[in-house]
Write a protein that binds this ligand. Structure first.
Ligand code: PEP
Ligand code: MG
Length: 760
């Protein structure tokens, strides 16, 4: 197979072949590094080649050099960011200078004898986004290093990085100071790291690396032609497997990942991607190393791009590259998934998470991720803990390591000690016991001690959420976040797809009511395929219903799909982020337009259409007498309501404890809403996070709320509270609390609960 474009691959190929020979010899670490810099210098016609590696003090230490003063080895040290070498490490980027001394960061180190050299080419030695050192070549002349030189040095640096991490260069007994850039990581030692808890739960299990890791020995090709054939075969298998999955897609969950796979198919046929991998093989790498290199280059180029669309594409490509590696390595079926697998990844898309056998998956840990990322949404729906933002975790684990994920606190334990594992296994048993008690309540009514019926609903948004309705014994779905369906896809769902999806939801819930909230996009709910301009205050910006009313096509399509799906059945539609009655009216008019359209076309309408609004902008609370006669129901979105009420970003972790949802001010507002709704005889619910916490839920009942909607895991604890609650005494108690000037009435409510034996 010919190499696709004119790239001079002879240099790196010869260099890698020599590198392989050096690696095959039994040498001390220093001799090995000396030979490596020597062979690089010779092959690149450079007078100097030096390897600086990060030592245990996180300094860049000159470990080996060909050309500089040998006495400077292990003596010259630079901080990351200091001098040209430090700049390469800090920026994680190549520095190619024909006149290095004129660069503002140039720092002369007399002991090295560097003053003779004018040109400088430095590349980071990097692995998994972590800088392990810098590789430099220098010449006396004003040499303009060509792109091919950069590429060659880069390729060798990548192989070196693998060798360092797998300790084929720096052995455990040599150079005790070296940290491998992992902050002293030593396999076998227990470590715990802090991340952010994105999906609740606890798990103990065995590490599975999501992104396959190629061993150092698998990097350098023996036979280039054979590697090209392997790559091409791998790609053909990959394409076939994607086609096969797409053709056989009838399973429930796959509906949510189908679109992502369509995108993969597109990428898998992209000649540019394939050519870059073939070029990498031609430069001396194996097929799997070529996949890894092209992906690393891509991450390097796109990784810092803030554009969410490009970042999503990068994730798609990462995923595709990983699938290709599985074909090359022969682990396509992920057969080796152990019981209680803890999957560790840099980042992960929703489809990838759904690919894992759910009966074996116990937890997920990511280096990236966010509260609203798609993987988080899916993990919550699957009820497995997910901890994100754990820095460098991928490089600190080996497949098969024991691992604890604490999705309550956001802490993870790598290779936990026996004590830690025991403590967690006790906590897991305790949770399971409680869960069993809650499940036993599933068919019991949610009724207070004084006989008041309370409606407990669940919040949902994906097909995988639907079984929770039956499992929890909830009355219905009080909030169906339709935007989640838009978010887990990579293109806008078409009308038919939306209709099919809503129909499946309605089919699945049978007679239970479902409140479909129309798309609530913008702010933290970003669609990679929808253009959006950066805003100074996105939470207050062009989002949600504002966006929908300005682009009514999207909303009308959604309403059309909902009407068609509900044909002959009851349909409940709710609008998000309504700030004034006029906005509600405008949105409702669109429902009327679509109903008339349906009538004109002779479509079978829903048996009953109820239209309501969320109350999550404080301004709406002061228009209730105008609003309530126009709506069929109202649901308070306390997450946004509290955020706007206190002018306090709901997703800023520093502000989490600043204000309390049990502050007298919020409770007074919520009481006002409950009183007006009762006066107008309009059904009222609350569907923010408050509803799912027993003490907050208790306060809501004390204020007059009789329906609340929460995440499925909360139904058990809240129902237990309801069944022990004397409502009348609570109402009395709360009368005195809402007028107080305290920061919070939490203490007083805890006191009430204790006195009346209410489990909260
Ligand atoms: C809310 O704001 O309380 C709410 C339920 O909506 P979301 O969390 O989806 O913004
Ligand atoms: Mg909201």
């Amino acid at each position: 197979m010919p190499v696709s474009r004119m790239v001079d691959t002879t240099g790196p190929r010869v260099m890698l072949a020599q590198l392989r020979r050096v690696m095959a010899q039994r040498l001390s670490t220093q001799d090995r590094l000396d030979q490596i810099v020597d062979l690089i210098a010779r092959n690149m016609a450079a007078e100097v080649c030096s390897a600086y590696l990060i030592n245990s003090k996180t300094e860049l230490e000159l470990f080996a050099t060909k050309g500089l003063n040998p006495d400077a080895v292990h003596k010259t040290r630079l901080q990351v960011g200091e001098g040209l070498v430090g700049t390469v490490a800090a920026n994680e980027q190549v520095l190619n200078l024909s006149d290095a001394p004129t660069h503002p960061n140039f720092a002369y180190r007399p002991e090295t004898g560097e003053d003779l050299y004018t040109s400088f080419l430095g590349v980071p030695i990097q692995r998994g986004g972590r800088v392990l050192g810098v590789l430099v070549v220098q010449n006396q002349t004003h040499r303009h290093y060509a792109e091919d030189d950069e590429e060659a040095l880069h390729t060798v640096a990548m192989v070196l990085a693998e060798m360092i991490v797998s300790r084929e260069i720096i052995g455990r007994d040599d150079n005790a100071g070296i940290s491998n850039g992992n902050g002293g990581f030593d396999p076998g030692v227990p470590v715990h790291c802090e991340g952010v808890a994105f999906a609740d739960g606890l798990a103990i299990g065995t590490v599975v690396l999501h992104q396959l890791r190629i061993k150092a020995a698998q990097w350098i090709a023996e036979d280039i032609d054979a590697e090209i054939v392997r790559l091409d075969t791998g790609i053909e298998e990959l394409k076939d497997s994607i086609d096969r999955i797409l053709q056989s897609m009838d399973v429930d969950l796959v509906g949510e990942s189908k679109d992502v796979l369509e995108t993969y198919r597109m990428f898998a046929h992209d000649e540019g991607w394939l050519d870059r991998m073939r070029d990498a093989i031609a430069s001396g790498l194996t097929a799997e190393a070529a996949v890894e290199k092209v992906q690393m280059d891509m991450r390097q180029r796109l990784g810092r791009v803030p554009d969410p669309y490009l970042r999503e594409r990068l994730n798609d490509l990462d995923d595709l590259a990983n699938r290709l590696l599985r074909h090359l390595i022969g682990d396509v079926e992920m057969t080796s998934l152990p019981d209680n697998a803890i999957v560790i990844a840099r980042d992960m898309g929703p489809a990838e998470l759904l690919d894992y056998d759910r009966s074996k998956l116990a937890g997920v840990v990511l280096e990236e991720g966010s509260a609203t990322s798609h993987a988080t949404i899916v993990a919550n729906a699957l009820e497995i803990p997910l901890v994100g933002r754990v820095k460098g975790v991928v490089d600190q684990v080996e497949p098969g390591d024991r691992f604890v994920v604490d999705g309550e606190s956001g802490i993870v334990h790598i290779r936990p000690s026996a004590d830690v594992e025991k403590a967690y296994s006790n906590r897991i048993s305790l949770r399971a016991e409680q869960q069993a008690q809650f499940s036993a309540l599933k068919d019991e009514p949610a009724i207070t001690l004084d006989g008041k019926n309370i409606t407990l609903n669940i919040n949902a948004g994906l097909l995988i959420d639907l079984p929770h309705l039956e499992e929890t014994g909830a009355s219905g779905i009080g909030l169906f976040r339709t935007e989640l369906q838009f978010m887990v896809r990579s293109t806008l769902p078409r009308l038919k797809e939306q209709t099919d999806f809503y129909r499946r939801v309605l089919d699945s819930v049978e007679d239970h009511p479902v409140v479909f909230r129309t798309v609530d996009l913008g702010s933290d709910k970003v669609l990679p395929y929808l253009d959006s301009e950066p805003e100074e205050n996105p939470a207050l910006g062009w989002r949600s219903l504002r966006l929908a009313l300005d682009r009514p096509g999207l909303l009308r399509y959604q309403i059309r799909a909902l009407l068609a799906a509900a044909s002959g059945r009851e349909l409940r539609i709710m609008f998000p982020l309504v700030a004034e009655v006029a906005e509600y009216e405008e949105a409702r008019a669109l429902v009327n337009v679509e109903v008339e359209r349906m009538e004109r076309r002779g479509g079978k309408k829903p048996s009953n259409i109820l239209v309501g609004t969320m109350l999550e902008v404080p301004s709406l609370a002061w228009q209730l007498d105008a609003l309530l006669p126009r709506v069929d129901f109202v649901s308070v979105g306390s997450n946004d309501l509290v955020q706007f009420f206190f002018a306090c970003d709901r997703s800023n972790p520093r502000l989490t404890d600043r204000y309390d949802a049990l502050s007298p001010a919020i409770l007074a507002l919520l009481r006002h809403v409950a009183e007006r709704a009762e006066h107008h005889n309009v059904p009222l619910s609350l569907c923010g996070e408050m509803a799912g916490k027993p003490i907050e839920a208790m306060a809501l009942l004390g204020l007059g709320y009789r329906a609340i909607s929460m995440s499925p895991a909360s139904v058990g604890p809240v129902k237990r509270m309801v069944r022990h609650l004397p409502l009348e005494p609570l109402k009395e108690c709360m009368k005195s609390l809402t007028g107080s000037g305290d920061h919070s009435v939490r203490r007083a409510l805890e006191q009430f609960a204790m006195e009346h034996n209410v489990p909260i």
